[in-house]
Write a protein that binds this ligand. Sequence first.
Ligand code: NAD
Length: 335
Amino acid sequence: MFKAVVTGAAGFIGSTLCRALLAEDVEVVGIDKFTPYYWPQRKWRNIADLQMNPRFTLVHDDLATADLVSLYGDATVVFHLAGQPGVRTSWSTGFDEYVTENVLATQCVLEAAREHGDVRVVYASSSSVYGNAERYPCRETDRPAPFSPYGVTKLAGEHLAVLYARNYGVSTVSLRFFTVYGPSQRPEMAIAQMIDAALKGNTFNLFAARGAVRDFTYVDDIVRAVILAGRTPDLPPGLVLNVCGGEPATMIDVLEYVHGIVGEDIPVDLSPAMPGDVLRTGGDNRLAREALGWRPTTRLFDGVLQQVLWRASELGLSTPRLDGWMSEPVRPLRT
Ligand code: NAD
């Protein structure tokens, strides 16, 4: 059994990661400060089941002030998922919050790892470091060119991870996540909004061109890559890897999936692209496949179905159509 620290443990990806680690008998110390970016009750709900597990400890604290070296203790890996997400709000909310949570907090995590001397840090980077790329699919060696303040801060965090590796030999791996979706997705993200629109009859506000393409990645696939990055021995220090689903699709494609699953029309309001929105994301995940022996296994339709069923159950909604999907046999994974 090994021990792991998860920062941002109450968030969308962090709580899913904690659940997967606990299922593998890992002892998990989760830290989260419950930022008000979205409804904090959502985060408490994310970890309600985890808190029943005696191998899970929650530390309700800020990375900037917590005694991280003691917190790491005899852990072998720190999964650093805490951060301030949101491309559009990184213009409006105040850049200082993005700098505080994505740059300064990341430096605290890395500095404590240097002092501790014996933990690997897996850093949640983002496809937003690429911006509107010169070519697709993006490769890790392409020149990063963030298109939003959020992307700038995620790239700064990644640079910090690389330079702690190069200067001090801290074992760091940065994973560039591409649009993550699935149960517990942050409520302001597009697929969560579409599903709520379909289930509750709200209007879905579709920003950007109808053709905007995202390399959607199912949260369980992300979590498997994160765990492998924490466990795989002898990775080159400062490694940076794309973690993407490899099945890019438009927002309209996903709307059609949601419509097909729920069976209700989704009223859509089309708005122009907002500052920071890129037209396309798409990654080459060859390096992650080679370095980690990882590959994405969830088809976009199947992942969206799981998210719809999760949300319907959370809202206490049941329709013959949704019940029908629940009893569908699980479709085979993509090979
Ligand atoms: P989330 O907002 O659900 O989770 C982040 C958590 O970090 C929150 O619970 C927040 O309270 C916590 N946190 C923030 N600052 C903290 C601090 N100083 N101390 C302690 N806790 C703090 O976001 P998410 O979607 O789960 O994303 C997790 C990570 O993955 C983030 O770093 C994000 O930038 C990155 N990422 C996410 C996506 C995606 O599609 N969701 C894509 C690329 C990268």
